[in-house]
Ligand binder design. Structure first.
Ligand SMILES: C[S@@+](CC[C@H](N)C(=O)[O-])C[C@H]1O[C@@H](n2cnc3c(N)ncnc32)[C@H](O)[C@@H]1O
Length: 372
């Protein structure tokens, strides 16, 4: 049986009746649950709470939204100017989530949640539109298959389900593990594509502490049960690094494994990451000082920051280190008068003499947290 078929059948059952085997204990914010219908709370197949990373005004995309629990929690946090989009491939799950849409809109004082049928590894493809196309032009031979492929390519380009750079925060709760292994890197690239520059990711998922053997992966019950399709823990982090994310961080880590099979521990974790502001390097005389506590750190682009040294950075890296998740680790120093931009990135570890930045604005906020 294909991965997709076993997953679809399992979650159709899960939409009809609560499946105990799919329920992993999660400590959700009780205040946010108060507004939710009982059925959605009961048919919860998540393993973490990515809603805690939502900010007011965000456009949020929830991958594998299931019954809509995280979407309806996020909708309370984004407020009236935000938007929450849930994508799922399963009609029964989508039907459960949509059943409560008008009731939830009334409770929230506005309809700010949308549910779309789609594959999370192909977020440009509008699957509902494709099904309408197929109803009129079923695939019966090579020519009609070629016509479908060309329609798909055109649809992805001109009317993508989720457009490039349109989302502030991508969240997901226990879904990435269900995507076939050979589609997982495309899935992470899709997350990168749809995020705006400066956008964030918060993914709660199950990871394995050791490689999962073939016979476990080939077991459809273990796969659809959010177990054997799990990323190995270091591969999880690496997939996000390789897709171009910065500040990749394992924010939550359940000490107690959810399942142990053949001595492999499968546990819930939450990974957060940040999409930087592109790759253009324009040096205008900015510097940053790494506060510590480590003697030295290196970012994903290879910049090296020894503790306490004024290091030359381009304008884009300056912005990343002083606005994004790195903010509390760095002191930013702007040039007093910005120099003419030079398309050049100082070699890793290049110092910027104090005389060159003296009198410039200093940024030393830690975003409400303790800096060290
Ligand atoms: C374990 S449930 C999690 C549901 C929800 N996030 C929650 O917290 O309850 C997995 C969901 O992901 C959906 N799903 C699995 N693979 C998918 C894929 N490739 N594309 C879209 N949805 C998928 C399933 O239909 C199901 O609703």
């Amino acid at each position: 049986m294909s991965v997709e078929k076993s997953v679809r059948e399992r979650y159709s059952e899960g939409a009809r009746e609560k499946q105990e085997a799919l329920c992993c204990p999660v400590d959700y914010d009780r205040e946010l649950l108060k507004l939710l219908p009982r059925e959605i709370i009961d048919k919860d197949y998540g393993c973490g709470d990515p809603s805690r990373y939502v900010r007011k005004g965000d456009t949020v995309l929830d991958l594998g939204s299931g019954g809509g629990k995280i979407c309806y929690m996020a909708a309370q946090l984004v407020g009236p100017r935000g938007l929450v989009i849930g994508v799922d491939m399963n009609d029964d799950m989508l039907a459960m989530a949509r059943k409560y849409q008008s009731e939830m809109a009334e409770k929230l004082g506005g309809d700010r949640v949308r549910f779309h049928k789609g594959y999370i590894q192909d977020l440009a493809l509008d699957v509902a539109a494709m099904e309408r196309y197929l109803a009129e032009r079923p695939v019966t031979d090579a020519a009609s298959l070629a016509a479908l492929k060309s329609w798909q390519a055109e649809q992805r380009k001109t009317r993508p389900l989720i457009a490039d750079a349109s989302v502030d925060l991508v969240i997901s709760n226990c879904v990435l593990n269900l995507v076939a292994d050979d589609e997982k890197s495309q899935l992470v690239r899709e997350i990168f594509r749809v995020l705006k520059p400066g956008g964030r990711v918060a993914i709660s998922d199950i990871v394995a502490d050791e490689p999962v053997s073939r016979h476990l992966k080939d077991d459809p019950t273990l796969w659809s049960g959010c177990i054997s399709g799990a990323f190995e823990e270091r591969e999880f982090v690496r997939a996000f690094e390789q897709a171009g994310f910065s500040a990749v961080c394992l924010d939550k880590w359940e000490v107690e494994p959810w399942q142990v099979i053949e001595n492999i521990e499968f546990r819930a974790v939450t990974l957060v990451a940040f999409k930087g502001y592109g790759r253009e390097c324009l040096d205008r005389g900015h510097a940053v000082i790494y506060r510590g506590p480590y003697a030295e750190v290196r970012d994903e682009e290879g910049h090296i920051f020894p503790r306490g040294e004024r290091i030359a950075v381009c304008e884009r890296t300056f912005r990343t280190l002083t606005e994004g998740p790195y903010q509390k680790h760095f002191i930013g120093i702007e040039p007093k008068i910005p120099a003419e931009p030079v398309a050049w990135c100082a070699p890793p570890g290049t110092r910027r003499p104090a005389a060159e930045t003296k009198g410039g604005r200093q940024i030393a906020e830690c975003g409400g947290e303790k800096c060290c």
